[in-house]
Design a protein around this ligand. Sequence first.
Ligand SMILES: [Zn+2]
Ligand SMILES: [Zn+2]
Length: 269
Amino acid sequence: MRKPCLVFLGTAAAIPSISRFAPAIAIAGLKEAMLLDVGEGTQLRLQEAGLGLSKIKIIAVSHLHGDHFLGLFPLLQSLWMQIHNVDKHRSEAKISIISPDPSLCQALSSTPFVECTAATNGYIHQSSDFVVTAIKVNHGEVKSFGYHVKIVVDSRKRKYVRLFYSGDGVCEDDCVEILRSVGVDVVIHDATFTSLDDDRARASFHATARDAALLARELGAKLLILTHVSARYGSYLIDVAWDARRFFRNCIVASDLMYVPLAAYASVV
Ligand SMILES: [Zn+2]
Ligand SMILES: [Zn+2]
């Protein structure tokens, strides 16, 4: 049996700090690795986590706010150096980038080892370890996708972990309907605010921890992981956790370099 895991590389909202880098999450422990968002400093956190660049085969970007994608270019630069200076055989293997917007793909059009696709609602990318579905979420004016990732744990026993990462957006009715049809075991959700700051959350098209918990409950998920927590809560993360736990008990607040084994949350589908 394979042992997929999550490694949180960056868990800040908007402005990073030494203890909380900009958003990025690795799905590791398999033949391939995947990144959900790639904020500033991602490659440094990958080094800290002991995860090599060479395994990364898919990078899914939720939206083009700088905190979610500005780590992409230095990471690709390092990969380019690796491919050409260390291992020339790897030049055949392309990295799949799923972008929320064609402009990022245009910017990468001359990068030879990258295959970039601008997502549409329901776009599916399949590899040997992952089935990734892009699902439109509402984050105001910026085009934004959440990603449903079906991770193979044991294909003979049809065991999969089905994960949903919300990015910064709000999963509205259409999004919930798609998620219900595909099933979700683990929700990773933006919890920029708590419900005490509900008006701020609505104004900026972010979620509160309570919103995230209600979604996890509605989907019948087994685990909720809150991330992208505003620095305004400082070290009072218990307030963020409590805002969610009133509605969904099995909830944790992510911190940088937090490691979450996923096999225990698998479903037979
Ligand atoms: Zn953000
Ligand atoms: Zn954003």
